[in-house]
Design a protein around this ligand. Structure first.
Ligand code: NAD
Length: 483
């Protein structure tokens, strides 16, 4: 049996084939033990009518090899094409996106010379769960899904990553002051898991002030862990701040599978001209080598690359008169790195990768919350043209009966009934909240079903319902603003 690690590679579109060839050449020269198997993904596959951009047989290859080195692809313009990245992440359970954003001052121009931040982004949940509804002509909804298991996986990954890479601090950004149940859960899990890592500092910041601080003084951050949407936005901001969008690689990690890539796209206008900078994919491949336990090779490649940057051998995208020594094409840049394998940078800090294995992150929630769950109400969402809230109130009051009463109506989240204020703006979706009318707050599903029947009888156009649960007596739902 070969001692090599099997990996799947995809050369992608545009500059993809050139930067993949450069990357694989350097890895081979550095002594990486790899068996590569190639699959076709991207534009040509989309154009053959495959809306996912990847054939089923390629997915089988990915599953067999477990490790995927992917060059950027071109997503054709127009509708009907699904994002290959999102599909791959979800199918392979790649829950963590890891993106180091490093300044290489003075060799690459940056506003923040001391910046060395790693963004660890949750990669599957949040508003990217892809569950959206058009409720009424006026109102659409995107569900923000946050699970305890998802938070545990990403938060634990961030702490493990920090420890393994000699980092000192993990910061967590959420908006838990507004989204108390979803972002609140993310923060709570961060605070539950953090004390297991007493050697690491930890802090939580509201994402808006965190983002402002990241833009202003990124050098105060080390590892930052975030839910999906904030991480998506801020990892691009951080890469740009470091001055190195074209230089950044990223890893997508799951419990079984992993995918490594550059963060930039396929730059079709630069393709085939020996211009492309292979650094992003190369640094992605360095993360891959660490992941598969070839840390020494990773170190050799990364340090040779740092030395090349220092020696001023730069591709056109980072070339600066007065700083750079030589404008290199893709091939010359690749040869320069290969020639420096075994050398260390002299002014930039050399990297050192630890051989410690990644602690396995459990695929399921480590402890399910054991709270007592009780049904205490139902929100019946009704489609009704924008109107005086008292009109909708009169429509829904007859539903109050059989131990349930209408306690509130809200529109766009703001309570408008009873006692509407004259200037509250309403839309054509009305949330009518029914709760117990007796001393016992707990209600039954049967009462809910009967209430829905009465609402239909009353002529209400129901478009959605949500159950209200208490967990150990604590509300598992938000109150209407103003309730
Ligand atoms: P892009 O990242 O491809 O290019 C943006 C700019 O950066 C261009 O000016 C380009 O010339 C330059 N550039 C990017 N990478 C470079 C490199 N390695 N060397 C030198 N110059 C480089 O972004 P775009 O133009 O918005 O997108 C082009 C295509 O890439 C689109 O089809 C998009 O959907 C796709 N895309 C794919 C991925 C991916 O596969 N992960 C990511 C982003 C964009």
């Amino acid at each position: 049996m070969s001692a090599n690690t099997p990996i799947t590679v995809a050369k992608g579109d545009g500059i993809g084939p050139e930067i993949m060839e450069a990357t694989l050449h350097i890895l081979r020269e550095a002594g990486a033990l790899l068996d590569t198997e190639e699959i076709e993904i991207g534009e040509r596959v989309y154009r053959r009518g495959n809306s996912a951009g990847m054939e089923k047989s390629s997915l089988d290859t990915l599953i067999r090899n477990r490790v995927f080195l992917k060059a950027p692809i071109t997503t054709p313009q127009g509708g009907g094409f699904r994002s290959l990245n999102v599909t791959t992440r979800k199918l392979l359970g790649l829950y963590a996106n890891v993106r180091p954003c490093v300044a290489y001052d003075p060799y690459v121009r940056t506003k923040h010379p001391g910046m060395d931040v790693v963004i660890v982004r949750e990669n599957e949940e949040d508003l990217y769960a892809g569950i959206e509804y058009q409720h009424t002509p006026d109102q659409a909804q995107c569900l923000k899904i946050i699970t305890r298991g998802g938070c545990q996986r990403i938060v634990r990954y961030a702490f493990e990553y920090a420890r393994r890479n000699g980092r000192r601090k993990v910061s967590c950004f959420t908006k838990d002051n507004i989204m108390k149940l979803t972002d609140g859960l993310f923060r709570r899990v961060f605070e539950e898991i953090g004390p297991e890592y007493p050697d690491l500092e930890r802090e939580h910041l509201i994402v808006d002030i965190g983002a402002a601080k990241l833009a202003d003084t990124p050098e105060v951050f080390d590892v930052i862990v975030m839910p999906n949407l904030y991480g998506d936005i801020l990892s691009d901001v951080a890469a740009q701040l470091a001055g190195s969008v074209g230089l950044a690689g990223s890893a997508n990690i799951g419990t079984e599978y992993a995918m490594f890539e550059a963060i930039h796209g396929s730059a079709p206008r630069r393709a085939g001209q020996n211009l492309a900078n292979p650094s992003g994919l190369l640094l992605g491949s360095v993360m891959m080598l660490v992941h598969i336990g070839q840390s020494e090779v990773a170190e050799r490649v990364h340090n040779a690359w740092l030395r090349t940057m220092e020696d001023g051998i730069h591709t056109y995208d980072i070339f600066k008169e007065g700083i750079s020594q030589e404008k290199a094409g893709t091939r010359e840049f690749t040869q320069a790195i290969a020639a420096r394998l075994g050398l260390l940078p002299q002014r930039l800090k050399p990297v050192h990768y630890y051989a410690a294995p990644t602690r396995t992150v459990p695929p399921h929630a480590e402890t399910a919350s054991s709270g007592r769950r009780e049904l205490v109400g139902v929100d019946i969402f009704v489609h009704h043209a924008p109107a005086d809230p008292n009109i909708v109130g009169r429509l829904m009051e007859p539903v109050s009966s059989d131990g349930l009463k209408l306690v509130m109506i809200s529109s766009r989240g703001t309570k408008v009934y009873p006692d509407p204020l004259p200037h509250t703006i309403v839309c054509d979706s009305w949330r009518c909240r029914f709760q117990s009318s007796t001393d016992n707050p707990v209600i039954t599903l049967k009462q809910v079903v009967a209430a829905l029947g009465r609402a239909v009888e009353a002529g209400a156009e129901i478009h959605k319902t949500e159950f209200l649960y208490n967990y150990d007596g604590r509300a598992g739902y938000s109150l209407g603003q103003g309730q």
